[in-house]
Design a protein around this ligand. Structure first.
Ligand code: FAD
Ligand code: EPU
Length: 342
């Protein structure tokens, strides 16, 4: 039985903690709930926002439509071969709980993605990534329901057009589908990804010798690093990295490096370099700054925070100021990672 409510505060449903309202609200637990929803003709044509954990959205105003909160659960092994286990998870499963389930069952491949907030269903949206791994490396397929026709579609890896924080669901297919399940191809024999950032150092601090390495140890190390660096949304509202790390032409990087010798950069092929946006924002003087109720995190300049009572418009205004000063100082445009709603 679907319970469609109206005029609901979304404050506790977005990790920024922004107090915008939804005109209508419904929670779906199954494909059958979706079928029922599609039979309600009065809701067919109104705008819809598919919501998972609300950890990558910025509500810029009240949402004049129907928010569909995805609570579709379930984890099952669908098949296996000599090297892989194929695990399907309902889109409403909590991502981190799913990672812990895989780690506990020795299914390798997503341990570096521990503690990313949100749901399984949102993970393919921006091809979530951290500590040298992106979900596209273990993605097999997903099922999604078309929001206008109610038809069920399967998207294989090649259909999703994954890139860095990108997929078809942020472009041609934006707002067109509700993802209902994702199937992952996980490995029976792990390949350990320990070269990124502080992982190796943290494993050493934890007393894990090379011959004791396991996916559980990597998961624990990633959790430890993330807890020390990133603000917990339960304590201070935020949506993780607000901007993507920009990729710039190598010539531009070389020119900037001559001016700013400390500027970090990671080569992308021969012709481009990825620059940490957090570094650019810090150099532009924004780290730890506060404007009204919105601020830039003290430990991670790429994260904008809600000091209490901020609005989507205020966050947008601060983001625009940061973009302008980074463009002014470095000639680099920062693109938001967060999805603006409204
Ligand atoms: P939501 O915020 O609910 O939705 C995000 C977008 O996906 C919206 O456009 C929404 O409409 C759409 N969407 C959600 N579910 C569905 C669905 N079932 N079908 C269709 N569309 C859907 N991200 C990383 O990649 N790496 C990180 O390391 C990382 N660290 C973070 C740390 C913190 C502290 C926070 C707050 C965020 C972080 N993020 C990170 C961002 C965020 O956790 C991910 O983008 C996550 O996948 C969002 O999941 P969600 O369920 O909260 O999505
Ligand atoms: N840096 C600074 N000042 C800062 C922050 C960062 O100078 O205030 C510089 C440092 O040189 C640091 C480098 O930026 O070495 C990279 O910082 P960090 O390792 O914290 O990673 P990031 O590039 O800021 C990215 C992702 C994160 C992901 C981490 C770990 C993006 C946009 N962000 O952050 O993802 O968890 O790497 O892999 O790619 C997210 O998407 O929401 C997110 C948190």
């Amino acid at each position: 039985m679907l319970d469609i409510q109206s005029n609901i505060s979304l404050k506790s449903y977005n990790t920024f903690g922004i107090d915008a309202k939804a005109r209508y609200w419904v929670e779906v637990e199954s494909q059958d709930d979706l079928k029922t929803l599609f039979q309600l003709t009065e809701f067919l044509t109104i705008p819809k926002l598919i919501l998972g954990g609300g950890s990558n959205i910025l509500l810029t105003r009240d949402f004049d439509g129907l928010v569909v909160k995805n609570n579709i659960k379930g984890i099952e092994v669908v098949r296996e071969d000599s090297q892989h286990v194929y695990v399907r998870a309902g889109a409403g499963e909590n991502w981190h709980n799913f990672v812990l389930y895989c780690v506990a069952h020795h299914y390798a491949g997503i341990e570096n993605l521990s503690l990313i907030p949100g749901t399984v269903g949102a993970a393919p949206m921006q091809n979530i990534g951290a500590y040298g791994v992106e979900i596209e490396q273990v993605f097999e397929q997903l099922e999604a329901v078309h929001l206008k026709t109610g038809e069920i579609h399967t998207f294989l890896h090649s259909d999703c057009r994954f890139g860095y924080r990108e997929s078809i669901f942020k472009h041609e297919a934006k707002g067109e589908y509700i993802i209902t399940s994702v199937t992952f191809q996980l490995n029976k024999t792990p390949t350990f990804h320990t070269s990124y950032g502080a992982i190796q150092e943290t494993l050493t601090e934890m007393g894990i010798a090379d011959d004791q390495l396991s996916i559980k140890a990597i998961s624990d190390a990633v959790i430890r690093i993330r807890r020390s660096k990133l603000p917990d949304p339960a304590e201070i509202g935020n949506a993780g990295s607000f901007f993507k790390n920009p990729e710039i032409p190598k010539e531009q990087f070389d020119r900037l490096k001559a001016l700013y010798p400390a500027m970090p950069g990671y080569p992308i092929g021969e012709t481009a370099v990825k620059v940490p946006a957090g570094w650019l924002i810090e150099q532009a003087g924004w780290k730890g700054k506060r404007v009204g109720n919105t601020g830039v995190h003290t430990k991670q300049a790429l994260v904008l925070v809600n000091h209490g009572g901020t609005t989507g418009e205020e966050v947008k205004a601060l983001a625009a100021k940061i973009q302008a000063s980074v463009a002014d100082q470095f000639g680099i445009h920062l693109n938001p990672e967060v999805n603006f709603v409204g």
